[in-house]
Design a protein around this ligand. Structure first.
Ligand SMILES: Cc1cc2nc3c(=O)[nH]c(=O)nc-3n(C[C@H](O)[C@H](O)[C@H](O)COP(=O)(O)OP(=O)(O)OC[C@H]3O[C@@H](n4cnc5c(N)ncnc54)[C@H](O)[C@@H]3O)c2cc1C
Length: 456
């Protein structure tokens, strides 16, 4: 057995799921390590999604995913209020464009009820246009989902990681697990920065979860990266999308939507394309063309606005249509895999379910009585008071009055705070996710040099 620091539980993967699990586990009397191959938390799928806090209205009833998304919605809604994660309760509107889609709406409302969500309502074409006047002509009717919300996915992962650290979790970044050495009472994870020894291991490795699972001797699923490309429209477009506009879902997934973002933009996407390369988050000409055609059909006026950015995320699709969360007491190992397109919404419920499963498998969970208060995260949502808008804050510290990024109104004080935070950024991209600096219309053309200078 190779020597190394010893933990009760090592969580592999510091995405939104792994960070939520580490936070939850460190609420018990356990020494927890959170490992990731990358140099920042939330660098995988968790940084590039559509950032909708789903109610789970359209999940497959009876699945674990349906149960955990519903529960996760409630838990994350409350946690967001406590910690200051930006959430806007915009609601969503499913729009039927064909007779077939119109006929599917009552069934979707019944499905929502079977998923424990009873607030959907059928609306006429006239009401559809009252709710979203900029939609293209030809909508036949709609279904409202009043509680679908938009959230900051970046702040969510950071809040979990920050709280996990304040509870004693050790964050081991740059630790790619490449092999596993089981022992009688502990498992040694071999990483490119040395061994990590733990009694129990949780695999929350997202796109790499099947590969890590094989290291533990299993061969039960394969991850197929399903790329979703998205276009981000400038803030002038925001009045066009007062709520999330959803298509009627198909077997391929949720389809292309138009959604406001908590940063004041509008998003169009995502595509759904199966790839073989688990790292290919590039955008493509075909994806752009497809989205522009969809946008033109759904909301022609949106295409008159400027696109400020495009990006792609990879869903960890697996060969079954539910989460695959399974504990093995004999190996002291738990897999949290197949968390494909709802993992942000379900993250807190997944974490609590993982703890239940670990306990059933034999891990003793003794709640701690000495937990620190949850963190209060920096406010980067457009609908809330930002530091540059707070006279009180600026009076107490003039750095909050010195704007560095003028497109997104990010101040010197916020960048300084992010650099000194418990989970500091590893580079410019991490700083963007913590502050919004360089995310605006100029994409850092004007402020880039100053922002980069502050990183040095
Ligand atoms: C286009 C798109 C849109 C989406 N929209 C939504 C939405 O609106 N709402 C919603 O709730 N969900 C949405 N999702 C799904 C959501 O983003 C994911 O379910 C969630 O981010 C998965 O988180 P994760 O922690 O499992 O994976 P990840 O964030 O990918 O984290 C896994 C981590 O494991 C690490 N890792 C992998 N292998 C190893 C190894 N061997 N050693 C060490 N570390 C390793 C990786 O570096 C990575 O950081 C969307 C996804 C996509 C792609």
């Amino acid at each position: 057995m190779t020597e190394g620091p010893s933990y009760d539980v090592a969580v592999i993967g510091a995405g939104v799921v792994g960070a939520a699990i580490a936070r939850e586990l460190s609420g018990y009397d356990l020494r927890v390590a959170l490992l990731d191959a990358r140099d920042d938390v939330g660098e995988g799928t968790s940084k590039a999604n559509t950032a909708i806090l789903h109610t789970g209205f359209d999940a497959s009833p009876g699945t674990l995913e349906s149960r955990l998304v519903r529960r996760g919605y409630a838990l994350l809604s409350a946690y967001a209020e406590t910690t200051g994660i930006p959430v806007e309760r915009t609601g969503a509107l499913l729009v039927a464009w064909t007779e077939e889609e119109l006929e599917a709406l009552p069934g979707l409302r019944e499905k929502a009820v079977r998923n424990g969500y009873s607030h959907c309502a059928l609306v006429s074409a006239a009401e559809v246009y009252e709710q979203v006047p900029a939609l293209a002509a030809g909508a036949l009717g709609g279904l409202t989902v009043p509680d679908e919300s938009i959230i900051c996915s970046w702040t969510t992962t950071l809040a979990y990681a920050t709280e996990a650290l304040s509870r004693g979790t050790v964050l081991l970044l740059g630790h790619r697990v490449s092999s596993v050495e089981p022992g009688p009472c502990t498992t040694t994870l071999h990483t490119d920065r040395g061994p990590v020894v733990a009694r129990w291991v949780v695999n929350a490795a997202g796109l790499g979860a099947d590969l890590v699972d094989r290291l533990f001797g299993f061969d039960r699923f394969t991850v197929t990266p399903r790329r979703g490309e998205l276009l981000v429209y400038d803030k002038f477009a925001r009045p066009l999308a007062p709520r999330i506009v959803l298509p009627v879902p198909s077997s391929r997934g949720k389809g292309v939507l138009i959604s406001p973002t908590v940063y004041g933009n509008v998003m169009l996407g995502p595509t759904a394309e199966d790839l073989s390369d688990r790292t290919d988050t590039s955008t493509s000409a075909a994806g752009l063309e497809f989205l522009l055609a969809k946008g033109a059909a759904l909301m022609p006026r949106l295409l008159e606005e400027d696109v400020t950015a495009s990006y792609a995320g990879l869903r960890a699709a697996i060969d079954r249509s539910d989460y695959l969360i399974s504990a093995d007491g004999s190996r002291r190992y738990l897999l949290a895999g197949g968390i494909r397109s709802t993992g942000l919404s379900a993250s807190m419920a997944i974490a609590s379910y993982v703890c239940e499963q670990l306990m059933v498998a034999g891990l003793a969970l003794v709640p701690r009585s000495d937990l620190p208060s949850p963190p209060r995260m920096p406010q980067i949502g457009e609908a809330f008071v930002r530091p540059y808008q707070s006279d009180e804050l600026i009076a107490s510290d003039p750095a909050y009055g010195r704007v560095v990024c003028f497109c997104e109104k990010v101040t010197e004080g916020e960048i300084r705070d992010a650099l000194a935070s418990p989970v500091p950024p590893a580079g410019v991209d991490g700083l963007r996710r913590r502050t919004r600096a360089m995310n605006g219309r100029c994409q850092g053309f004007y402020c880039g040099a100053k922002v980069q200078g502050m990183l040095l």
